[in-house]
Write a protein that binds this ligand. Structure first.
Ligand code: FMN
Length: 363
């Protein structure tokens, strides 16, 4: 396992923060990048319909900071010209890589021919890829599911076609559109893609521990690994995997560091967004993050019922002080499994109102 290149861009370590709408925004990406071990970050998926019609939200979603580089912008849509225009806009703002979403299962996206809808219309996907290649000079990459449904698995054909069109990195989430988030990702299909093309291939699906990452990586032979939901549960997962790759004991943050990461996130959110949205974001991260901590369930309940920044900060202080003192918080149990927070489904409107975002974040 070693770093790889997308054209001349080093992906080092070969670990990618997987794009998540409503999650991997400017704030979250920097939070994760600062923990170390991340070779590439990707924006949330951005609607080209919004971008090319000057929708302020879509434009805001392309914002990034130098500390994030290398940085990829991911766009979605089904119209050839608009996809090419959106790609150009991403290059203009300075993105290092342009990524196309071929995986979002949301009906609204699929109905308009975008996301995983493109897996049902390869001629259109080919046209889009060729048009984008003519409009940009930065590398073009693709993130795909394995097919539209179990009976139409076509990821190997898609990958071969994409390579012919000049795509320089293929990222495979090992589930079909039909599957949504059910079952486990199929890493055998990911291996088949790796064997079928010569551009770099990265695998994705269900990596939440170091052991699982290493196992899937060895078995599939992929160049890189993408981690999405696992990064919310454990922001240090990239650094820990890198430690193991480089022959070190994996880094273990102490309680104080866990507490300060929540506070850092909250303070970054409050700088960037209205208070109510910042509260929602905090609840979202804390909800995933505390799954592995004793008494996390009760702590989350307390946070969900906090209505101001002060209340949230007080509750974080109490929770971590109790843990440090060895007191039991709530029933003191550690939950085994994290619930799946929803996918891109909740975030497909190009004009999401803050209160809707809040609802979706909490939902
Ligand atoms: C809340 C959420 C939002 C997502 N949004 C996107 C997105 O905008 N673009 C994309 O390509 N995939 C998106 N995905 C899919 C993830 O990038 C990833 O492929 C999937 O979660 C499987 O990886 P994991 O098991 O490591 O989370 C999203 C997933 C979740 C849970």
């Amino acid at each position: 396992m070693k770093p790889f290149k997308i054209r001349d861009i080093d992906i080092d370590p070969p670990l990618i923060l997987s794009p998540m709408a409503g999650v991997t925004d400017y704030t979250f990406r920097r939070l994760i990048k600062r923990r170390g071990g991340v070779g590439l970050v990707v924006s949330e998926f951005i609607s080209v319909e919004g971008l090319t019609r000057n929708n302020p939200k879509s434009k805001r979603q392309m914002r990034f900071d130098e500390e994030e580089r290398p940085f990829a912008v991911q766009i979605f849509g089904g119209q050839v010209e608009r996809m090419a225009m959106g790609a150009e806009m991403a290059e203009e703002v300075g993105a290092d890589i342009l990524d196309i979403n071929c995986g979002c299962p949301a009906p609204k996206v699929v109905k308009n021919g975008g996301g995983s809808g493109l897996l049902r219309d390869l001629p259109r996907l080919e046209e889009i890829l060729k048009a984008i290649k003519r409009s940009i000079t930065i590398p073009l990459t693709l993130k795909v599911r394995t097919g539209y449904s179990d009976s139409t698995i076509n990821v190997v054909d898609v990958a071969k076609m994409a390579e012919q069109c000049g795509v320089e990195h293929i990222q495979v989430h090992g589930r079909t559109r039909e599957q949504g988030y059910k079952g486990l990702a199929n890493w055998d299909l990911i291996r088949e893609v790796k064997q079928a093309v010569s551009v770099p291939v990265s695998g994705n699906g269900d990596v939440t521990t170091i052991e699982y990452a290493m196992k899937r990586w060895h078995e599939s032979g992929t160049d890189g690994i993408l981690i999405g939901r696992g990064a919310m549960q454990n922001p240090w997962i990239f650094r820990q995997i890198r430690d193991v790759i480089e022959g070190r004991e994996p880094y273990q943050p102490d309680l104080e560091e866990k507490r300060s990461v929540l506070l850092e996130f909250f303070s970054m959110c409050r700088e960037e967004m209205p208070e109510i949205v910042a509260l929602g974001k905090m609840k979202q991260l804390a909800g995933q993050f505390t799954k592995g901590l004793p008494g996390g369930a009760l702590f989350r309940q307390t946070l969900y019922h906090s209505h101001s920044a002060e209340e949230i900060l007080d509750n974080i202080t109490i929770y971590f002080e109790d843990l440090r003192a060895g007191n039991r918080y709530g029933d003191g149990r550690i939950e085994a499994d994290a619930d799946v927070i929803d996918s891109c489904e909740a975030f497909t409107s190009i004009d999401v109102k803050p209160e809707l975002t809040e609802a979706a974040v909490l939902g």
